[in-house]
Ligand binder design. Structure first.
Ligand SMILES: Nc1ncnc2c1ncn2[C@@H]1O[C@H](COP(=O)(O)OP(=O)(O)OP(=O)(O)O)[C@@H](O)[C@H]1O
Ligand SMILES: [Mg+2]
Length: 456
């Protein structure tokens, strides 16, 4: 593990102040964070309020000093609150039967008073490690394992206008700085996000992506923060949120402009403190997550319109990486085109393909409203259309001019028309999917599906 998480947090329950004090003196220098309680109720209250890595509890409290009944009761209640919390019990010297009983009820280990410091420390160390491994295992189960591969994607960037982008990736990639990536639709924002993660110290940990724009209405909080069973009608069980999945790694919030306004304060708080509560729970958990976000909207404008919180923007854009549109980095067009040509020729088992001069010129002249994604789709289609190894202008389907070159209406399919309308709307609203969707009378997710379908 490359990353050191925050110090282990231990809950200690004992009604004797001197015991609490000496345990504190023992554990603090070992790097533990200690919370204490002098009664079972107090301990329970703390355990419901936050996550601990282990609990060390005495079995005897004020009610009666020897039976251990109060401690055993507390043990069971603690397990009810969090089944992954390791509980270690402290018993009076010579009361082995009670210790055995506690182990049967689920205590992970026991120490006899007066305790042996080394033994106590080694028990706690083991339990904390086990607990973290167990919790991580549960999170992984909930995750799509495919999301875990932090392979650095191809990032072709030779144009002078891409130099600042490359420099910023090198400079801030390895840090934990939050980065906002802006740029038009299809300009490579996600590629940059994956690159930033891949060069960071978190590369071995998950990169979790949330397409905020694609989330159905009303599920933002539960998707990001998780929920507990019964939090709302459909909450049949507990659910791990994306923040928890990304713990120790990176969370990529795509289409960040679409965070519902009423959720922005909550998101800001988690970004500021690393604390969150699952929907329906009042228990606070801590996460250690680096935030990357992306948008093709103008967030300053969204702030001015009162749709996006300025304080949230300031949290997100510690560093901003602006991706130029493909038409503003023409030097990259031939290189990208050849890159995609190689990829799709291989995919469709063709060899030695190339563009003829006119096709290459057409690629350079095209305006590329859909940027690199559009280029990739055009090349893929051309590979399929070309009968031999040479791609000619016709195969590009760019009609020699821009995407708006006149074509007779009655030669078009409904699909073609749909594509044209969507392109127009996207251009008109500068690639802002929400606004384009509104203008087209579509939901955001319906528009996303169509953008995908038409390769826009
Ligand atoms: N510099 C690049 N080098 C190689 N491939 C690239 C580059 N930029 C983008 N691509 C490819 O182009 C496609 C679109 O890129 P990406 O998904 O990162 O764009 P985006 O800006 O996130 O788009 P959107 O706004 O639609 O979310 C992807 O297939 C990606 O692999
Ligand atoms: Mg994207």
């Amino acid at each position: 593990m490359t990353l050191q998480r925050e110090s282990p947090r231990i809950l200690i329950a004992d009604d004797q102040a001197d015991v609490l004090e000496s345990l504190r003196l023992l554990l603090k220098p070992e790097g533990y964070t200690i919370d204490t309680a002098d009664s079972p109720d107090g301990a329970l209250l703390q355990a419901t309020a936050r996550d601990f890595d282990a609990a060390l509890i005495d079995l005897n409290y004020s009610r009666d000093a020897t039976s251990g009944a109060e401690g055993l009761e507390l043990l069971e209640k603690l397990q009810g609150v969090d089944s992954t919390l390791p509980v270690v019990v402290m018993t009076a010297w010579g009361s082995v039967e009670i210790a055995v009983q506690a182990i049967r009820l689920g205590a992970r280990d026991f120490v006899e008073k007066p305790w042996d410091n080394d033994r106590l420390l080694s028990i706690l160390r083991n339990q904390v490690d086990l607990c973290r491994a167990l919790r991580r295992g549960r999170r992984l189960e909930a995750e799509n394992i495919a999301l875990l591969t932090a392979e650095a994607p191809d990032l072709i960037a030779t144009a002078p206008s891409m130099k600042p982008v490359l420099e910023l990736i090198t400079r801030v990639g390895p840090s934990d700085a939050n980065v906002l990536i802006t740029g038009e639709h299809g300009s490579g924002k996600e590629v940059v996000a994956r690159r930033l993660h891949a060069v960071s110290t978190r590369a071995e940990r998950p990169l979790i992506t949330v397409n905020v724009g694609g989330l159905p209405e009303g599920v933002f909080a539960s998707e990001l923060f998780g929920h507990v069973k019964g939090a709302f009608t459909d909450a049949k069980g507990d659910r791990v949120g994306r923040f928890e999945m990304a713990d120790g790694g990176t969370l990529f919030l795509d289409e960040i402009a679409n965070v519902p306004f009423d959720q922005q304060a909550k998101l800001l708080r988690t970004l500021e403190t690393g604390e969150l509560e699952r929907v329906g729970s009042s228990k606070t958990s801590n996460v250690d997550v680096r935030i990357l976000s992306a948008t093709n909207a103008d967030l300053q404008h969204e702030v001015a319109q009162g749709r996006f919180r300025e304080d949230l923007l300031f949290r997100l854009n510690t560093v901003e990486i602006r991706l130029p549109a493909l038409r503003d980095r023409p030097e990259d067009i031939p290189i990208l085109a050849n890159h995609f040509l190689g990829r799709f020729a291989q995919k469709y088992r063709r060899t030695q393909m190339g563009f003829d001069g006119a096709a290459a010129t057409t690629l350079l002249r095209h305006g590329w409203p859909g940027n690199v994604r559009e280029l990739a789709h055009v090349v893929e289609r051309a590979v399929l259309m070309a009968g031999d190894d040479t791609i000619k202008v016709d195969h590009l389907g760019l009609a020699g001019g821009g995407p708006t070159a006149p074509v007779a209406l009655d030669e078009m399919s409904l699909d073609d028309l749909e594509k044209i309308f969507i392109e127009k709307a996207m251009r008109r609203y500068d690639g802002n999917v929400s606004h384009a969707a509104e203008a087209l009378g579509l939901s955001r997710s319906a528009l996303y599906r169509r953008l995908e379908k038409h390769g826009l």
